[in-house]
Design a protein around this ligand. Structure first.
Ligand SMILES: N[C@@H](CCC(=O)N[C@@H](CS)C(=O)NCC(=O)O)C(=O)O
Length: 259
């Protein structure tokens, strides 16, 4: 388990990171909510690192589009998935790299990826990140300058882990940093807010009266599967564990996969 004081400071820095980036990637922006489908395959693949501002811009779009992906972390010094990213692009590449498995199309360059995502997954709307998007994303990285960038020794899981998250979630960021550093691949289930009453921590939602999830939406599906609608939530099919608290998840990843 991380030291509680250090963890609280990390959460504060992560809140500042999300604030710097204008809380992009907190609300879904599709015309309507799309339910998560654990059986939908093949999912697109993202080769990224949590601390990279260019990768963040892509992950924000993925959250807002509610597009679930497989994430293959490629931290600096990482050896597990970097070769595959280079093979897909056909040369040494920068990150992020997005691979649309269904269409057999791989691409680097965050602005091109974001444009592609909105065009192909949201009925053709043209959205391209601008200078302000990148400046604020870089500011978010500056709040956690040493995390989610460099590879550390780890053992790889036989099956992909699963993470419920949305890009602006400060607690989820801390978990994604560890997943990056330990080069642990995961299915990312998007849980961006679907309605105003989803805003706020899971135990203190900004709603008067009883909170109910959007019918047929992602929170409803998550509750049916895990019993709660709260991020981060890590499901590890390798051990059968489901964990909800960021400190517990980080402790679990360290003790199970770090070397
Ligand atoms: N113009 C590119 C820039 C991407 C970029 O420079 N990414 C850095 C990480 S933040 C990178 O891949 N560096 C080389 C490396 O890590 O091997 C984009 O928008 O995607």
């Amino acid at each position: 388990m991380p030291n509680p004081v250090a963890h609280s400071l990390a959460v504060t820095a992560s809140v500042l990171a999300s604030t710097a980036a204008g809380w992009r990637g907190a609300m879904q922006r599709r015309a309507r909510s799309v339910a998560t489908d654990p059986n939908s395959t093949p999912l697109p693949q993202l080769f990224d690192m949590e601390g990279c501002p260019y990768c963040r811009v892509v992950r924000e779009a993925l959250s807002e589009l509610q597009l679930d992906v497989e994430v293959y972390p490629c931290p600096k010094g990482g050896t597990r998935f970097r070769p595959r990213a280079a093979e897909l692009v056909g040369r040494k590449t920068t990150f992020p790299v997005f691979y649309d498995v269904e269409r057999g199309q791989a691409m680097p360059e965050s602005a091109d990826i974001v444009e592609y995502l909105w065009e192909h997954y949201d009925s053709g709307r043209a959205v391209r990140p601008n200078a302000l998007t990148y400046a604020t994303s870089s500011l978010a990285t500056a709040m956690r300058p040493t995390r989610g960038f460099r590879a550390r020794p780890s053992r790889g899981p036989a099956q992909l882990l699963e993470l419920y998250s949305f890009e602006a979630s400060p607690y989820s960021r801390l978990v994604r940093e560890r997943l990056t550093e330990l080069e642990l691949p995961y299915r990312l289930w998007q849980l961006a807010k679907e309605q105003r009453s989803d805003i706020g921590p899971a135990n203190a939602r900004l709603t008067l009266g009883k909170w109910t999830p959007v019918p047929g939406g992602r929170r409803e599906a998550m509750i049916a599967r895990t019993g709660r609608a709260q991020v981060p939530c890590l499901v590890d099919p390798n051990t059968g564990r489901t964990l909800f608290e960021s400190a517990d998840i980080i402790g679990y990843l360290e003790s199970t996969y770090a070397l």
